[in-house]
Structure formats: structure tokens, C-alpha cells
Design a protein around this ligand. Structure first.
Ligand SMILES: C[S@@+](CC[C@H](N)C(=O)[O-])C[C@H]1O[C@@H](n2cnc3c(N)ncnc32)[C@H](O)[C@@H]1O
Length: 286
């Protein structure tokens, strides 16, 4: 076995390299990267600093540090991310799911409390499939369709459905929002791209460089997708159906105005853990 220093020394050196690259919490991230290079739990790294680091792990670590120093997020280095306590594979075409988006799942479970109802769900802009698959994991009789214009995202979502054991209840289609839809849905969820085009460049490099552009760009005012999706919801929702939109900070009033104009009525507004209005829910106006 060829050895290249100890785990503890590798953490110290990695933290210094990450710190020099401007990464905050460099020590914590260094432990994560060393654990990733070892394919081990971070607790191993904390608990056994004197253990030798094999040369192969050292080479893996060097590659990971170079990628993280270029501001690639740790979740992308890992290739997966936890959402709603479920594990989701990521790919270059999927948004890295955000904890804020769990606000939609919380709201859906509150507004539709019977877990045994046989609901039909549509998830517009499904990405990794996190919203649809989290709902299907809570509602054992629900079925759903995830739509994305990206093939890569739809394929990743399908793999996630299989890994989470709900592939028989989830379908994924590639298309432009509701263009291919005729049937009705009891629940529609959407976390569409909502960053104004000119604001993308000012986002953290982890986001601006590594999130797919199609997952971010909401057009000149950030609202382009909502203009389509409010009309889609008014057309596709069953009479008792509910649509839940994720919105960006400061967009709630504008999205509510678009929804009302399309024939929807607000039924709930939910804030995320930072107190930002993050989820708007609507029903069809009767
Ligand atoms: C902000 S991401 C949300 C991904 C996932 N639902 C989540 O919450 O993590 C928006 C998604 O919408 C997709 N998208 C963008 N424009 C679209 C369009 N015209 N039709 C369908 N999907 C689209 C993107 O590819 C991306 O996967």
C-alpha cells in the first residue's frame, strides 16, 4: 500500500487550499472532501486523524479540491443531495434541490391532508424529480408526471424514481411546460426558473457557473415561466385541485397578480425558514 501522509494532515492541507480559494467554512468542507476521497463517513475523518491516507485517495482528493476551488458545490462533487429526507442523484442538467423548496411539500401536505387519496400530480420543471417524488413518497396511491424540457433532467428524475421505489407511479416527459398536456391534475407543483436574466451573473459562482442555465433564467423580469404556468394550471386543474408555485424573494405579489388574472384564487402563502414568502397556492376560481 502506497501512503501519502495522514488523514489529519490531509484535512489541514485541504482546508488551507480551500481557504486560499475563498471558500468559507474551509475546515468543515475539507473534512467532507477527505471523506469523499476515502468514500467514508465524515465521522471517520474526525475520529481517526492518525490513519494513513493511501496514494489513490490522495489523488482523488487532489481532483476534488481542484474542482471545489473552482467553486463546484460539494453536492455536485458527491453527485447526490438529500431532499425531504430522500436521496436524489444529480446530473449537470438538474438543479441542486434546495431546502427552501421543501416549503412546497409542507404546504401540499397541509392543504391536502388525506394521504390515501388517489391523486394525479403534475410537476412542471421537474429537474431531479424532487418535488414529484417527495409527494409520491407521502401519498402511496398518487401517480404523477414530471415535465422538463431537458432530456438529461428527465432521465435523472426517472433514475431517482426507480431508486426511491416509485417508478411504477411516476412518468417523465420531455417538453415545453404544458404543451403536450390534455388531461387534468389534482395537484400541480412547479419550481420554475425565476431569476431575472441580468441578475444571474451576480449570483454566487456555485450557482451561476454550475446550475443549468435553464433552471435559473426566468427571462427579463424573472416571471416568464409563471405567465405560462398560471394559464396551464387554470386549464389543467380539477375543480378541487390545488397548484403550488415556488417563487423567488419579492416575487409573491407579482405572481399572485398573474394567477388571479388567469382565473386562479389564492388559498395559501407559505414562508421558508428565512421568513421569505416562498410558496403560493391557488385553486381554480369557481
Ligand atoms: C428551478 S429548476 C427546478 C427543478 C426541481 N423541480 C427542483 O425544485 O429542484 C426549473 C426546471 O425547469 C426546467 N424548465 C425550464 N424551462 C422549461 C420549459 N419551457 N418547459 C419545461 N421545463 C422547463 C429546467 O430544465 C429545470 O429543470
Amino acid at each position: 500500500m502506497s501512503v501519502s501522509g495522514t488523514i489529519g494532515a490531509a484535512v489541514t492541507e485541504t482546508a488551507a487550499r480551500l481557504g486560499a480559494a475563498g471558500i468559507e467554512e474551509a475546515r468543515r468542507e475539507a473534512r467532507l472532501l477527505v471523506a469523499l476521497a476515502l468514500d467514508a463517513d465524515p465521522a471517520i475523518v474526525l475520529g481517526y486523524p492518525e490513519r494513513p491516507l493511501e496514494s489513490a485517495a490522495r489523488r482523488r482528493l487532489d481532483g476534488l479540491v481542484a474542482r471545489r476551488a473552482a467553486r463546484e458545490p460539494v453536492s455536485r462533487l458527491r453527485g447526490h443531495r438529500e431532499f425531504w429526507s430522500l436521496d436524489f442523484l444529480l446530473s449537470p442538467e438538474t438543479l441542486d434541490p434546495r431546502a427552501d423548496s421543501e416549503t412546497l411539500i409542507d404546504a401540499a401536505l397541509d392543504l391536502l391532508p388525506d394521504p390515501a387519496a388517489p391523486r394525479r400530480v403534475i410537476d412542471f420543471g421537474t429537474g431531479s424529480g424532487c418535488l414529484l417524488l417527495a409527494l409520491l413518497s407521502e401519498w402511496p396511491l398518487a401517480t404523477g408526471i414530471g415535465v422538463d424540457r431537458s432530456w438529461g433532467a428527465a432521465l435523472t428524475a426517472r433514475r431517482n424514481a426507480a431508486r426511491l421505489g416509485v417508478a411504477d407511479r411516476a412518468r417523465f416527459v420531455v417538453g415545453d411546460w404544458d404543451a403536450a398536456f390534455g388531461g387534468m391534475a389534482d395537484v400541480i407543483v412547479a419550481n420554475p426558473p425565476y431569476i431575472a436574466t441580468e441578475d444571474i451573473i451576480a449570483l454566487d459562482p456555485e450557482v451561476a457557473r454550475f446550475e443549468p442555465r435553464a433552471a435559473l433564467d426566468g427571462g427579463p423580469d424573472g416571471l416568464a415561466a409563471y405567465r405560462v404556468l398560471v394559464r396551464a394550471a387554470a386549464r389543467l386543474l380539477t375543480p378541487d385541485g390545488v397548484v403550488l408555485f415556488e417563487v423567488g424573494a419579492g416575487q409573491a405579489a407579482a405572481v399572485a397578480t398573474l394567477a388571479e388574472a388567469a382565473g386562479l384564487s389564492s388559498c395559501a402563502i407559505r414562508r421558508d425558514l428565512a421568513g421569505i414568502e416562498r410558496c403560493l397556492a391557488f385553486v381554480r376560481r369557481s
